[in-house]
Design a protein around this ligand. Structure first.
Ligand SMILES: [Zn+2]
Length: 187
């Protein structure tokens, strides 16, 4: 399920439930997470000009929303550790392949090529193991919401409840601000 949480409620924590967004389980740890917006589609055309223009445009246009304490469940912690270990093992195979390739003759070159691809996959897996990436959330292009396209239904329900509560509190606060002016003058 997808849900969009107003950025303000992510930043102040009022819109974040006590449930993991990925598995819908009660949170066991909370970590600071910074959500980023995706680069605009047209910016990928800049890759043709080289990586640097793409990176610069992406960094300039990137919208950020920081959550002080995003919920993660025990499954998330396991996922984080497993991805990290698998990624590091894949990267570590690269220097090992050099050693083996030295005595493997013709097949050595192929072995190194495969090891390079494995190391590349390892880097991607390590980057996806970070707590920042686990919730799979992105700031909308205008920066107004944090979108979670693959949120767990239980997280969606809990986040909607948190939103309703925050909206109610805001309404009550607004009413209290305007109350003195709404009363008829006293004589
Ligand atoms: Zn989880």
């Amino acid at each position: 399920m997808s849900i969009a949480i107003p950025s303000g409620l992510v930043a102040n924590g009022a819109g974040i439930p006590d449930v993991c967004s990925r598995h819908g389980e009660p949170a066991s740890v909370r970590k600071a997470v910074e959500f980023w917006s995706k680069p605009p589609t047209w910016s990928y055309l800049l890759i043709a000009l080289g990586a640097l223009p793409f990176v610069i445009v992406t960094l300039i246009l990137r919208k950020k929303v920081r959550a002080q304490a995003w919920p993660f469940c025990p499954q998330c912690e396991k996922l984080h550790k497993n991805r990290l270990i698998i990624g590091i093992v894949l990267i570590a195979l690269l220097p090992l392949s050099f050693v083996i390739a030295g005595s493997a003759g013709d097949t050595g070159a192929l072995l190194v090529l495969v090891a390079f691809l494995a190391a590349f996959a390892g880097i991607i897996i390590v980057s996806r193991s970070t707590y920042r990436m686990l919730p799979w959330g992105f700031v909308s292009r205008d920066g107004s919401t944090v979108d979670l396209p693959k949120a767990h239904p239980q997280f969606v329900a809990a986040a909607q409840a948190a939103y309703a509560q925050a909206a109610q509190q805001h309404a009550a606060w607004q009413a209290s601000q305007h109350a003195p002016y709404a009363q008829p003058p006293q004589h």
